[in-house]
Design a protein around this ligand. Structure first.
Ligand SMILES: [Zn+2]
Length: 285
C-alpha cells in the first residue's frame, strides 16, 4: 500500500489526481468552477521545489506493525519542513529501483518488519547504499527474523546486529557515548526516557561507531550486560548507515529530544552533516 504518491519521478502521473479532475470536468457546469477551485486550493501546499536533500521513508510491514509508524511519518515530514529536506513516504517496494533510489540521499526504514524487498529490490538497494546512499533505520528496522530482512545476509552485515527480544515499555537511562555526532549532540549525557528496549544477539561494538548505550541497571529486561549499544552508525561502501533502536512508542515522535536524535541520524545517513563513523572499540563514558 502506498501512503503518499508525491514521487519525484512521475508521481503526479501515478496518483488519482488526473482521473479525479477528468471526472469532475464531466460534472454539472455550474459546479465545475467551484470544485476545481477547491481542488486547486487543496493542491496548493504540494511542495514543488526540491529540498536541500531528499528523504524516502519506507515503512512496509509484513510482520509486526508498530502503531507509531503513522506518527513517525508525520514527524519526519515536519522535520523536513523545518530543516529543508523533502520527504516522500511509501510502503510500495517497487520504488526500490536504481532509477527511483537515485532521487534520494537517504532512505529511512521506519519500523519495517519481515522480508520487505525481493531479490531484485535488494540488489538495487545494496548498490544504492554502496555507491554513496544512506540508510537510517528506526527501531524494528534492525536485522532479524522477527524484525527486518532476517534472511538477507548483506542487510545483517550493514546493520551489524540482530534482534532477539525486548523489554516491556518502561523508563530507562540512555548514556550518550559520542556527544559529537549530530544525532546525539543535543541530548543529555544520561538521557532518561520511556521506550521498549531492544536486545541483540551480540553487540555490534568493534564494527560500528556506538553513539549511545543503555544503562541496564535502570530497567528490567536487559540481556547484554554492561555494554549495551542502542544507537550506532557506520560506513557501508561509499554510503552510510545510522540506526537507533528507540522509537517504539507513538509518544517518541512528539518528544523533542527523540526528534533531535532522529533528525541528526537522517542528516548523518544522508551525508549532509559530518560525523565520525570510525568504530569505537572500547566503551567510553
Ligand atoms: Zn517495538
Amino acid at each position: 500500500m502506498e501512503l503518499q504518491t508525491r514521487g519525484l519521478a512521475g508521481g503526479l502521473n501515478e496518483n488519482p489526481f488526473g482521473r479525479t479532475l477528468r471526472a469532475i470536468q464531466t460534472m454539472h457546469h455550474l459546479l465545475t468552477p467551484i470544485l476545481l477551485g477547491l481542488l486547486l486550493v487543496g493542491c496548493a501546499n504540494l511542495p514543488l521545489a526540491r529540498g536541500d536533500f531528499n528523504v524516502l521513508v519506507f515503512s512496509r510491514t509484513l510482520m509486526f506493525r508498530h502503531a507509531s509508524i503513522t506518527n513517525g511519518i508525520t514527524a519526519i515530514r515536519q522535520l523536513g519542513a523545518q530543516h529543508g529536506f523533502q520527504v516522500d513516504a511509501t510502503e510500495d517496494a517497487s520504488w526500490f529501483t536504481p532509477e527511483k533510489l537515485t532521487n534520494y540521499q537517504v532512505v529511512v526504514f521506519l519500523s519495517t518488519s519481515g522480508d520487505i524487498l525481493n531479490e531484485e529490490q535488494q540488489q538495487a538497494f545494496r548498490k544504492y547504499i554502496e555507491a554513496g546512499g544512506g540508510l537510517a533505520g528506526v527501531h524494528a528496522a534492525v536485522y532479524g527474523d522477527v524484525a527486518t530482512e532476517g534472511n538477507w545476509q548483506w542487510y545483517g552485515e550493514a546493520m551489524c546486529a540482530a534482534f532477539t527480544n525486548h523489554s516491556a515499555i518502561m523508563p530507562a537511562v540512555v548514556e550518550i557515548e559520542d556527544a559529537k555526532n549530530p544525532s546525539t549532540a543535543d541530548l543529555p549525557k544520561r538521557w532518561s526516557r520511556i521506550d521498549e528496549w531492544y536486545n541483540f544477539i551480540a553487540s555490534p561494538r568493534g564494527q560500528v561507531r556506538v553513539l549511545a548505550t543503555l544503562d541496564e541497571t535502570t530497567y528490567q529486561g536487559g540481556t547484554m550486560g554492561s555494554d549495551h549499544p542502542i544507537a550506532w552508525c557506520k560506513k557501508v561502501g561509499k554510503g552510510r548507515m545510522w540506526y537507533t533502536a528507540l522509537g517504539h512508542t507513538e509518544a517518541s515522535f512528539t518528544e523533542p529530544p527523540f526528534l533531535a536524535h532522529l533528525l541528526g541520524g537522517i542528516q548523518v545517513a544522508a551525508g549532509v552533516k559530518r560525523a565520525d563513523l570510525t568504530p569505537n572499540r572500547n566503551p567510553q563514558r
